[in-house]
Structure formats: C-alpha cells, structure tokens
Design a protein around this ligand. Structure first.
Ligand code: MG
Length: 386
C-alpha cells in the first residue's frame, strides 16, 4: 500500500488558493507561504510567552519539565514527521503545530477551565482555538501596515479546525473557513500529533516528578509495557530509567507509524484523491487504528487518574483557579485598573471579554505578580484598624 497522499495535500493550485492573506504581502524571498507563516508565528510575542506557561507541571519544581513551548516544539516534530511520511505539506503541518496552543491561558487546563467559568457568568465562553485566532488576527501588533500576523487562509483555517468542528449557525464570523467541510489532512493530523506527543511527555514528566513510578506505569499502560519489554530484551543490564525513556520513544514511534498507516488506509478506502474530495468526506480520515486508539485512550485515562487529578496537582489547580477568578472579577468590577491601551476594546467588547483576553495572554509568573500586586493594593485600601 502506498502511503503517499501527495495528491490530497495542500500543494499546487490548492496551495495558491489557501495561501491567500488578508493584506497583500510582497512575495519572492524564496520561502513557501507556509514557511513564512511558520516564521511569523515563531517570531510572535504570544509564541515566546508559551515558555512561561504551564503544560502539566510548573517550572518551579524542575527545569526538566515541559513548558507549553517545549510541548509545542515536540508536537511540531511529530506533525512534521507524520506529514512527511504521508507526502503531505510538512511546512503547513509544522506551522499548525507551532501555533496550535498559542491561545492557551496560563496554568494549563486549570486556567482555561477557570476563565471559561468566569466568562459563562457573563453569558460568554472561552475557547482556546477562537482565542488563538484573535491573537493572530488582532492582538499581535508587529507590522507597520496592519494588525495581526497576516497569516494565510490555510493556517487560519487550521487554527480553528485542527481539533474540532464549529457550526456556522453559531459562529457566523467563521464563515470563510469552510465550516461545512473537513479540514485538509495537514490540519487533521495536528490533534493526534498533540495527543501522541503529550502521552509520551506526561509519562516522562510524571516519572521525573516522582508522582508516577516506572513499574506502575509499565504495569498499567499496555502500549508502554510492550515497548518497555522490547527495550529490556535488547538491553537486559540497562538501568530502568534508561529503558523507560527508550520505551517512551519506541511507544511514540509505534503510534506515529500506526497513524500514518491507518490514515493512508482510510484515504484509500474513501477513494479520495484530491483535497476537494477529502473536504467533502463525511468524516475526518486522519485516525489511529482501533487498537492503537484504544491503547492511547488507556494511557490517557491512566494519566488522568494517577497524575492530572493527584492531590498535589489538584492543589495547584485550585490555587490557579482562584488567581484567575479573583483577577477576572476585579477587572470586570474595576475595568479602569486594566492597562490604558484596553479602553477602546472595553467599549467595543465589554470588560468581561477584555479581562479574559488580558488574562489569557499572561504567563504563569506574570499573572502571579498581578495577583500579588492586586492583593497588596486591596490590603492598603482597607481602613486602618484601631
Ligand atoms: Mg497541545
């Protein structure tokens, strides 16, 4: 079976059509449109701030844990590898991976949950894909002639659609992103590249943190166990921690190869040979095989039960949620305390949305500093006690 899906990728006339930018950009410096997008993303401030955002563990505990930035780089490696193996546009896949988490607030998923809960009290909601689009279209101000990064249509569509579908009736503002069609394969693989990368990374960081034991993880995650046993057979005298690390890489490779094979098989079975036909299919076709998907799910459940919800991380989540919620409520109550540059936005969008945008852009350290400052102010504001 040929794995090469070049004919279904974003190349040729499809690349030209999807390379459209809102503002004209002078061409001809030798880079492809998606290489240019990648470079704009990498040079954005929002991308650099990913270094200061929690993935699972905060950097305070160890310098070796993933941040959202290093997680993002790992997803980009995996996405590029998958795209290249399938003959797809690897530059587009890499760009989509590099931008996939740019809309994440500080403090990982706890921060996102808290921000969403805060906004829902005001009839709004927080969605990191929609927020990522706002960042690349409005908040990044790095160019003389326009707001935003002026990314191609393919990259903006991928930002919106890499992990889920949106209903055009609920999101008329997204109409230009072909909401009734499947996204290109380069976007379809991003969510799975993300899942594969963080399954590997979180098992690794979980053991590094001391919250997970190698034997326990190997005993409960079948796909890891098979990899571990294979590495152990090849290196009977090696220390467990090296066998474990090697096994994680083997597990990741197994999942990547499975995704490549199954996606090629699904495309072949669908009879699609062009991007237009991929878009018209009733379902996304980038998938793991049923067995690999089951085993990936087992690994994810294991991480959820033993790591993400362990008492130590739950305490951190509770603190994170309190910090986000208290600052949000403060800035909605007293929007004049937000930076002066936001005055116009507050008039246009209302204080809750602007407070959420401001918080979502923050690093963990910056929001903690804001929290300290706000507490000091409120301490000073209290009437003197006799
Ligand atoms: Mg991610």
């Amino acid at each position: 079976m040929s794995l090469n899906l070049h004919g279904c990728g974003v190349f040729g006339a499809e690349e030209q059509r999807l390379a459209r930018r809102v503002f004209p950009a002078p061409a001809g410096d030798g880079r492809s449109p998606f290489e240019r997008d990648r470079d704009r993303v990498v040079q954005s401030r929002a991308f650099r701030r990913l270094a200061g955002k929690t993935q699972v563990f905060t950097s305070r505990a160890s310098d070796h844990f993933r941040s959202r930035l290093t997680h993002t780089i790992e997803v980009a490696q995996v996405a590029r590898q998958i795209a290249a193996a399938l003959g797809l546009n690897a530059d587009l896949a890499e760009t989509l991976a590099l931008v996939h988490d740019i809309g994440h607030p500080p403090f990982g998923h706890a921060g996102e949950r808290a921000l969403d809960r805060c906004l829902r009290r005001h009839g709004l909601s927080f969605d990191h894909n929609l927020h990522a689009l706002r960042i690349v279209e409005h908040f990044e101000q790095r160019y003389a002639g326009h707001r935003g990064l002026n990314l191609t249509l393919a990259t903006r569509e991928g930002i919106i659609k890499h992990s889920r579908d949106y209903d055009v009736a609920q999101h008329p503002e997204l109409a230009e992103y072909f909401l009734d069609q499947r996204p290109p394969l380069e976007a379809q693989i991003i969510d799975l590249a993300d899942e594969i990368a963080y399954l590997t990374a979180d098992l690794d960081d979980g053991v590094e943190s001391g919250l997970l034991e190698i034997d326990h993880a190997v005993g409960h995650v079948r796909i890891l166990r098979r990899s571990f046993e294979a590495v152990r057979r090849a290196h009977p005298a090696a220390e467990d921690k090296y066998v474990f690390h090697d096994a994680l890489q083997t597990m990741q490779k197994t999942l990547v190869l499975d995704l490549v094979r199954q996606t090629a098989e699904n495309v072949r079975a669908s009879a699609a040979t062009t991007l237009a036909e991929i878009r018209a299919l009733p379902m996304r076709v980038a998938r793991l095989s049923p067995q690999a998907e089951e085993e990936r799910g087992e690994g994810k459940r294991y991480l959820f039960e033993t790591l993400y919800t362990c008492p130590l991380l739950e305490r951190e989540h509770a603190k994170a949620e309190a910090v986000v919620t208290e600052l949000f409520d403060l800035w909605v109550r007293e929007p004049e305390q937000l930076p002066g540059a936001y005055t116009e936005e507050i008039e246009a969008e209302g204080a809750p949305r602007v407070a959420a945008d401001y918080i979502a852009g923050m690093t963990d350290n910056f929001i903690l500093q804001q929290y300290e400052d706000a507490r000091e102010c409120s301490d000073h504001a209290e009437p003197a006690r006799e």
